[in-house]
Design a protein around this ligand. Sequence first.
Ligand code: MN
Length: 310
Amino acid sequence: MSIRIDKDEIDSENECTGFEVLKPRVVKLTSRTEVDVRRTLPHKQLRMIGAWCFVDHYGPTTQVTGMTIGAHPHMGLQTVTWLFDGRIMHNDSLGTHQEINPAQLNLMTAGRGIAHSEQSLEAEATMHGVQLWIALPDKSRNIAPLFEHFSQLPTSSKDGVNTKVFVGQYQDLNSPAKIFSDLVGVEIKSYSEKVNLDLNPGFEYGVLNVGPEFEVNGHKVGFGDLVYIPLGQTNSQVSSQENIHLLLLGGRPFGEKILMWWNFIGRTHEEIVAARQLWNSHDQSIPDFDDQIKQRIPAPDLPNLRLNPR
Ligand code: MN
């Protein structure tokens, strides 16, 4: 997935202090994709939730082969690919070719630099998923790139509530995925009308609704909305007239300023300039790789201003 900077993202601040329902905005990706993507993070009112810094949600769509993202680089972050329906092929500059299916995790740690491409494949009926980014803390952001795939993740099923933890720890479930700050990512599907979220009061959270409307502590949360839950909560009630389907994303407040531009996260303007130049000059410190897409997305021009970390 590829980011295009816009005014909302440049201007965004962490303004949320209490529960807040954030509406997604539709974005066009910088590649030949037919599928609308709804972005809730970064948001005009919210830059990050813990180290989570990017939430893109797409589908459900019957255009199951409509997601084609050509080769592009990343730096200073991890990407999470998580599907509810569909199939995606991931290729990267480490030589990885990994198909991902629903309830599996592709976790790509960009560290100092990696490139990847993603292409959705024929699937039964629909494609529905998210692409999430995790900012790497300063002490870890220059590590060598790494790719991990997990086909099985810790899962529980109690009282009609199915819980699957893809990063971090939730209740007594621990994901094996490698992360670099205190954070958690959980998918919850409930066939009952209530879910009690167990929360760490040292974390802030976002709950992304990927199913029918529900309420969180009395706030109505529609499909695609993200409700922010501030620090200090030990639990939160989700209720609905229908089944509940959500992602719970949380973490300790990140505590570092970051500079997010295009697909890079750095700390200084000069680093971003250098990363852009490295990619656009085909520098083989990020090696070329094969895929079926045969497209390489160049970094766009820098805006005519000095980029500052925030
Ligand atoms: Mn990407």
